[in-house]
Structure formats: C-alpha cells, structure tokens
Design a protein around this ligand. Structure first.
Ligand SMILES: Nc1ncnc2c1ncn2[C@@H]1O[C@H](COP(=O)(O)OP(=O)(O)OP(=O)(O)O)[C@@H](O)[C@H]1O
Ligand SMILES: [Mg+2]
Length: 297
C-alpha cells in the first residue's frame, strides 16, 4: 500500500502565483530548469512530481546537486510548501500494524477517497504540529544535536510532548541508544563523540519518537566511507525489524543501490524514473539514469 503520495507537486522558489505560472508554462512546454531560470529569474525546485512511496519501503531519492532532492523531502514535513500539487499521507499506518508478520494489515490503497489519507497541505498549525510529532521524523546531514544536552537528553527530547515522566522518556531513549549500539555513552555530550557516533544519536532520536515515517537527507554523507558503510548496514538491519517508511536522500548511486528498495531519480526538478535498482540498471529511462547506473562501483 502507498504511505505517501505526491500529486503534481511543483515548487518555484521566490515567486508569487502569477510569477510562478510563467515558469510553469515554460516547464510544461519542455524547457529545462536552467533555461527557465535564465528566462524568468525564478529557480525551479521541482516540476510536476508524481510519486508514490509504499508503506514500509526504504525509498531513495537520487540526483545531482541542485536536482531537487532536498526540496522534495522538505515537502514531506512541510518545511517547504509547494507552488501547486497535493501531498497525501496515510496517517493510520504505523509500524506495529503493517509489520511483516501481519500481512493482512493495511492493505487498502491510499487515495483521496480514503478517510485514512490526509492532504497534509490542508493541515492547520495545530494539526501540522501533531503530524510532525506523531508521523514524521527527520535525521539531518549534520546531525542537529543540541550541544548542551547529553546524549540521552538529546534522544529523549522528541518525547517531551508525549506526556511521559522524565524517567520513562529516559528509559525509551536508553532502549534506542542500545539499538544503535551506543550504550554506556548516555551521559556524554555530542562534542565528545565522533561523527559516526553523533549520527547514531541522531538516528536513535528519530527512532525514539516511534513515528512511522523517517526522512533522511544526506544523513550519512558527512561520514568517512567505513563508518558510512557501518551505518548503512545498521539502518538496513533496523529497517528489517522496524519496517518504517524511510525516504533516504543521497547523491551516491552506490549508497542508493545498497540501501534502496526503490530509487527515484531527479534531474533539474523533474522525476525521471522510479524503480528497483534492477529496473534502473536494465531499463534506464534516459542517458542520465544510464550514466548513474554505469558509474556504479
Ligand atoms: N531557498 C531557496 N531559494 C531559491 N532557490 C532554491 C532554494 N532552495 C533550493 N533552491 C533551488 O532549487 C533547486 C533544487 O535545490 P535542492 O536544494 O532541492 O537540490 P538538491 O538536489 O538537494 O541539491 P544538493 O545535492 O546540492 O543538496 C536548485 O536550483 C536550488 O538552487
Ligand atoms: Mg540537498
């Protein structure tokens, strides 16, 4: 079943709706985003993205710098609002009910007629706050830990809205630190940890919320290759058990092929192709996809 559906999402930066329309018209005629920027002065973040992300899949978003990856993922927790389009999220999916040992659960398709799916662009401030607390968590490229908080305080931070006592929050945080292999470091401060350890804390913090959707924007890109490979393995092992819906951004095709069940390739704000690594390798939609796949180590 689909967990997230993007329908005709376009994002033109720093333009009002009339200004954006001129850029969208040129894009509809097939002009590329660089030429649109030259002609109109507006930056194209995304153009007409239609993408379904399935519940429980690890979906990679791939593309060169400036292709729109961060723009896309930031729409999913509404750090960015689109110029046009809809974003439907099934808020009833949770990792407990669509676990692999319960294949009957959540088999209904998500679409606008389903009462389970909400268009997150229609949420008011309070509903959006609730959505961010209960549905989506983010792991940041540069870890985003609070420097004056200890490791356990950082991990427990996202739980402060959950009406739990401090000791309960710390118990949950301790569990997730253990899951990412960081027991015994709970009283350390972030700057006492290596980059790989800090990102494990970032991952534990996101997992501790128990939110079903995990957004990861270049989360491993700042790490050394060996540590990066270890975190990829750890993420895959966790995903195997937790069955979260993970949207994972990378510009590294090797990483995408290793972790992604499906990969979506962006170029100049357009979605070129979505498929399994094997689909992309055997049936690339264009030269851009083919070049990525042949560049794979
Ligand atoms: N706040 C902004 N204001 C104006 N233009 C922006 C803004 N953010 C992004 N853009 C433009 O939108 C396009 C897509 O940018 P985006 O950051 O989504 O790409 P990306 O694929 O994440 O790149 P990278 O790999 O470098 O992180 C680029 O042309 C960029 O210049
Ligand atoms: Mg980016």
């Amino acid at each position: 079943m689909n967990h997230i559906q993007l329908k005709n999402i376009s994002k033109i930066y720093n333009a009002n709706s009339t200004q954006a329309q001129s850029a969208l018209t040129l894009l509809a005629e097939g002009m590329d985003s660089i030429a649109v920027k030259e002609q109109t002065g507006y930056s194209v973040g995304l153009y007409d993205i239609n993408l379904n992300i399935k519940a429980g899949e690890l979906h990679c978003i791939m593309g060169l710098s400036g292709s729109g990856k961060s723009t896309l993922i930031r729409h999913l927790n509404r750090l960015i609002d689109p110029t046009s389009g809809e974003i439907w999220v099934n808020t009833t999916v949770n990792t407990k009910t669509h676990a692999k040992d319960n294949p009957q659960a959540n088999t209904a398709p998500v679409d606008k007629r389903s009462s389970n799916a909400i268009n997150i662009l229609e949420l008011n401030d309070k509903q959006l706050q609730h959505y961010r607390q209960q549905t989506v968590s983010m792991v940041f490229q540069h870890f985003g830990l609070v420097p004056h908080m200890t490791v356990i305080q950082n991990v427990a931070y996202g739980l402060r809205v959950r009406k739990m006592s401090v000791s309960e929050r710390h118990e949950v945080a301790r569990h997730w630190l253990n899951e990412v292999g960081l027991n015994n470091l709970e009283h350390s401060y972030p700057d006492e940890l290596s980059g790989g350890m800090q990102q494990r804390v970032g991952l534990a913090r996101a997992l501790a919320t128990d939110n079903p959707i995990l957004l990861m924007d270049e989360a491993f890109s700042a790490l050394d290759p060996l540590i990066r490979a270890q975190l990829q393995d750890q993420l895959l092992a966790l995903q195997d058990r937790l069955n979260k819906t993970i949207v994972f951004i990378t510009h590294d095709i090797d990483e995408a092929v290793k972790v992604g069940q499906r990969i979506s390739i962006l170029n100049g704000g357009r979605l070129i192709q979505t498929g399994t690594p094997s689909d992309l390798r055997h049936n690339p939609a264009d030269d851009y996809v083919e070049q990525f796949m042949s560049a794979k180590a």
